[in-house]
Design a protein around this ligand. Structure first.
Ligand code: AHG
Ligand code: MN
Ligand code: MN
Length: 294
């Protein structure tokens, strides 16, 4: 794929365009690593989770490729304790492999990225672009920039647009909720019961694939606060902010239960957040429910 391909037309900042293209280019190698690097690495990431060799290969590869680009001022990753700093006005935060526990059963996995004008830790309002790649039956990439979301198929070294204007369908049909009912609070458990009566379940254990279901069919993906984990499981910088930015640009909403994920404060790059992404009507109703239970 040509490095000059601008996957986000209309962008004046070519650094951001080059960063996005780099993720499309790296996708082929990461897909290869998923096939070959299947073993555990005998190490834990900063969130205390076991790392697979594929997590580390994807992380190393992305760090090297992104910091080699002019204008990239830092690289932050779910797999590393601290931010790697360089000189430049664009900053990248990455979940190199989202859903890596799906490696063994060969289910959905992906890469999530956010491009910021400020070095992480930073709030989601400082995003200038975000995207995700899914290594599914085909490799696809979704990129949000300037309130517009595009979907590409990456094949044979080329990224081809398959949807020029991705938007959350008005009529929601699917839901996917993580964490297990016995650990949810009453506000979320009651709302879940209501939605389970009218939507159908789609939960695959990788948020990129589950959120892609929501972008395609409309609905709600949640990984809420849990009794034993009051800030939930998913990471704000690497998962919540970029996916929130994408869903909001596609006409939906994101929330931590009270506010947009893009407004939620952050102290550390590895901070977690309760997370809800989906149709505006569903998120608004969820926030009302939470308010009533307070
Ligand atoms: P990661 O592989 O980057 O650690 O992310 C896994 C996350 C997310 O993708 C998914 O929604 C969630 O963990 C699934 O968790 P459960 O196994 O608790 O359902
Ligand atoms: Mn993840
Ligand atoms: Mn990951």
């Amino acid at each position: 794929m040509s490095k000059s391909t601008d996957l986000t037309p209309g962008m004046t900042d070519t650094t951001t365009g080059r960063i996005v293209s780099e993720f499309a280019d790296a996708a082929t190698e990461i897909r290869e690593a998923i096939a070959t690097e299947r073993q555990f690495a005998d190490e834990e990431n900063p969130s205390g989770e076991s790392q697979l060799a594929a997590d580390l290969v994807a992380d190393d590869l992305l760090e090297e490729r992104l910091l080699a680009l002019d204008g990239v001022g830092s690289y932050a990753s779910e797999e590393r304790e601290s931010v790697t700093v360089d000189e430049g006005h664009r900053h990248v935060a990455v979940d190199p492999l989202d859903g890596s526990s799906n490696l063994e059963p060969n289910s959905g996995m992906g890469t999530i990225f956010g491009v910021y004008d400020t070095q992480p830790p930073t709030i989601g309002r400082n995003l200038v672009a975000a995207g995700f790649v899914i290594y599914g039956p085909t490799t696809s990439m979704v990129v949000a920039r300037n309130d517009r979301v595009r979907e590409y198929i990456i094949h044979d070294g080329d990224a081809r647009v398959v949807d020029d204007d991705v938007s959350v369908p008005t009529d929601p049909t699917v839901y996917g909720f993580g964490g297990g009912r016995e650990n949810w609070n009453d506000a979320f458990a009651d709302y879940a019961t209501e939605l389970q009566e009218r939507l159908k379940l789609r939960y695959g254990g990788a948020m990129i694939a589950d959120v892609s279901q929501v972008l395609t069919y409309g609905g709600l993906f949640s990984y809420p606060a849990l009794e034993y984990r009051p800030t939930g499981k998913l990471r704000l910088q690497f998962e919540g902010q970029p996916m929130g930015y994408i869903v909001e640009a596609a006409g939906g909403k994101s929330s931590d239960g009270q506010q947009s994920l893009l407004d939620r404060g952050i102290d550390d790059i590895h901070d977690r957040t309760p997370l809800h992404l989906g149709n505006t009507s569903l998120i608004e109703r969820l926030e009302e429910r939470y308010e009533r239970y307070e």
